[in-house]
Design a protein around this ligand. Structure first.
Ligand code: F6R
Length: 270
C-alpha cells in the first residue's frame, strides 16, 4: 500500500483523476470500477473536464459501480445510477451500455448479484477500482463484519452509513434505503489496481485504522492491505492520525513512479 498526502481535497481529487486519465490513455478499453459519494464528485468533475477540454476518450471504456440501493425505483434521484449519470456519464462519451451498476430493483436480487459478478468476469475483470471509505470503515457497502472474501451480495446498512448518506435523501435518515447490493471485499480485491480517496477530518481516524491497523472485518477497508497494488490518496485533514506520514511523503517525493504527478499545480486542467 502507498499513501499520497496532498494539501487539500481539491488536489487529492485532481491527482486521483490524473491517475485514472493516465490509465485510460494507456488502455482505452479500460475496465474502470467506480464509487459514488461526496468525495468522488470532484474526481468526476475533473474527468468530465479532461474529456471536454483535453479529449480524454471514454468510448471504449467499461465501468462497474461498487453498489446500488435496494428498494427505490430506477429513476429515483437517490439511486447511484442517477448520481453517475449526473456526475459523469452524461458529461463524457461513454456509451450507456458500457456503464454497469447492480440493479437494485431486480425481481431476483440473488440472481442479479451472480449476473453482476459474471459480467465483470466476461469483460476481463476490473483494471482500476476507485474507492471511498465510509466513516465505519466500509469500502463499497461492505459494512463491519463483512467477510473479507465476500462477493457481490445484498447487505444491510449500518446506522452510521444511513446517517452519512442522508444528504442524498433530503437529510432525512428515515428515507435512506436500508439495504443495498454491493460488490464484496473479495470482488474488490480481484481488481488490478485500487485507488482509495479519503478527504476531510471525519475520515482521519478510520483511515489510520484501515491503513496502519490490523486487517479486520470490523474495518473492511483494512483488507486493502492485502492488495499488491493499492494506493491511497488523502488530503492533510484526513492524514492527521497516520503514524507513517514522514515515510509516505518521502516516497511521493522520491519514487520514480510519482515523478510526473509530483507538481500538483501542473496537473490542473489545461
Ligand atoms: C459508494 C461507496 C461508499 C463511499 C463511502 C464514502 O459507492 O462505495 O463506500 O465511497 O461511503 O462516501 P463519501 O465520499 O460520501 O464520504
Amino acid at each position: 500500500m502507498e499513501v499520497i498526502i496532498t494539501p487539500d481535497r481539491d488536489k487529492a481529487a485532481l491527482l486521483t483523476a490524473r491517475i485514472v486519465a493516465k490509465e485510460l490513455r494507456a488502455k482505452p478499453s479500460l475496465v474502470l470500477g467506480l464509487a459514488t459519494g461526496r468525495t468522488m464528485e470532484r474526481v468526476y468533475a475533473y474527468l468530465a473536464h479532461f474529456h471536454q477540454q483535453e479529449g480524454l476518450d471514454f468510448s471504449r471504456c467499461h465501468t462497474f459501480n461498487l453498489d446500488e440501493y435496494i428498494g427505490i425505483p430506477a429513476g429515483h434521484e437517490g439511486t447511484y445510477r442517477q448520481y453517475m449519470d449526473q456526475h459523469l456519464f452524461q458529461k463524457v462519451n461513454i456509451p450507456l451500455e458500457h456503464t454497469h451498476l447492480p440493479d437494485g430493483a431486480a425481481p431476483d436480487l440473488g440472481a442479479e448479484c451472480l449476473r453482476y459478478e459474471s459480467r465483470i468476469r466476461e469483460l476481463g475483470g476490473i483494471d482500476l477500482q476507485l474507492l471511498g471509505i465510509g466513516i465505519d470503515g466500509h469500502i463499497g457497502f461492505n459494512e463491519p463484519l463483512s467477510a473479507l472474501l465476500s462477493r457481490t451480495r445484498e447487505k444491510a446498512l449500518t446506522p452510521a452509513t444511513l446517517a452519512q448518506n442522508a444528504e442524498m435523501f433530503g437529510g432525512d435518515v428515515a428515507r435512506v434505503p436500508r439495504r443495498a447490493i454491493t460488490m464484496g471485499v473479495g470482488t474488490i480485491l480481484d481488481c488490478g489496481r485500487c485507488l482509495l480517496l479519503a478527504t476531510g477530518s471525519t475520515k482521519a481516524a478510520v483511515l489510520a485504522q484501515a491503513v496502519e491497523g490490523p486487517i479486520t472485518s470490523m474495518v473492511t477497508a483494512s483488507a486493502l492491505q492485502l492488495h499488491p497494488r493499492c494506493q491511497v490518496v488523502v488530503d492533510e485533514e484526513a492524514s492527521t492520525a497516520l503514524r507513517g506520514q514522514e515515510y509516505y511523503r518521502w516516497i511521493f517525493a522520491n519514487e520514480p513512479e510519482w515523478a510526473e504527478f509530483r507538481d500538483l499545480d501542473a496537473l490542473e486542467p489545461r
